[in-house]
Ligand binder design. Structure first.
Ligand code: GLU
Length: 304
């Protein structure tokens, strides 16, 4: 398979087409990004690596971080994690409050804001130095000690993150937040503010394409069974209320973030990251979705 050729062709074609969508303005710092940024990085487990466009430019990974916090909490708690957060698609927007009352404060899954906030609460309870320990974990998975939080982005979101405050306090009132909500939210905003480029993102997620083992050094991050389950959650819940659409059009487990990033894995084959800041009405990168749809169509490789 000539991945280089396929990636270049799709990338160049999409560049010529209209770029649609909006930049999220509810996090003021994110509104400053140029909408024309467009990067792709492909990493095959046999070590073929292909980068296109702005693949070396860092961006805010936002909700993509939720896969990493879920992974860390899964390592710490094992299956007890699922007592605090569910594994069903929510069918609602990423920051929705509506299901929590009926569900008694147990968020539908760890990849919506409510679920990720509960995961932050869990990590606050089990880690000695939560912010340092989580960052160290991400740096380790990425093999890159320069990965860091952006205080600018975290503070920007914190200054106006009213919905997330509402979610956290509401879950607290229902008994599923054990720590001080201020500390939980502070940690949550930090996690979302991590910055990576497409190359780093594809490397970070390659363990999920490789049965839970980092291809770079053979270090196991998750067991095979845990890896299967994390990929299943990405497949069914990774794109908010557009997860069905992403499975239908692309057919890979993955996760998006409002910073315009999408990362996907094809188990036993590759990981791929795409970044383009304009988002569709569901909050997923317009060009990112388009690129990945064309990519799995032309390569005829997807999990389905
Ligand atoms: N920090 C963002 C929020 O909580 C993450 C949303 C996302 O990327 O989907 O609203």
């Amino acid at each position: 398979m000539n991945y280089q050729k396929i990636i270049s062709q799709i990338y160049n074609k999409i560049l010529l087409e209209e770029n649609k969508g909006t930049i999220p303005t509810y996090i003021p710092e994110l509104a400053r990004i140029s909408p024309e940024k467009f990067g792709v990085y492909f990493l095959n487990l046999n070590q073929t690596q292909i980068g296109k466009g702005d693949f070396q430019e860092k961006f805010s990974i936002q909700s993509i971080t939720k896969v990493l916090s879920m992974t860390m909490a899964y390592r710490e708690l094992g299956n007890d994690l699922w007592k605090r957060v569910g594994i069903e698609s929510s069918g609602t927007s990423f920051n929705s409050l509506v299901q929590l009352e009926a569900d008694n404060g147990i968020p539908r899954n760890p990849l919506i804001n409510a679920g990720a906030i509960v995961v932050c609460d869990i990590l606050l309870s089990v880690l000695k130095n939560p912010q340092e320990d989580f960052l160290k974990f991400v740096q380790d998975v990425t093999n890159n000690s320069s990965i860091n939080y952006s205080l600018r982005v975290a503070n920007s979101e914190k200054s106006v993150g009213y919905r997330n405050f509402a979610l956290c306090y509401y879950i607290k009132s229902l008994g599923n937040i054990k720590n001080n909500p201020i500390d939980v939210l502070d940690f949550y905003f930090k996690l979302c503010s991590i910055e990576m480029n497409c190359q780093e993102l594809a490397h970070t997620f390659s363990f999920l394409a490789n049965d839970g083992v980092k291809p770079h050094d053979g270090q196991r991050i998750l067991t095979e069974i845990q890896t299967k389950r994390v990929n299943a959650i990405m497949q069914t819940c990774g794109f908010y209320d557009e997860s069905g659409e992403f499975a239908f059009r692309v057919g890979l487990p993955g996760k998006s973030g409002v910073g315009g990033g999408i990362v996907s894995v094809m188990p036993n084959q590759y990981s791929i990251a795409v970044w383009s800041p304009l988002l569709n009405e569901k909050g997923n990168s317009y060009r990112g979705m388009k690129f990945l749809e064309k990519f799995t169509t032309q390569t005829r490789i997807s999990v389905f």
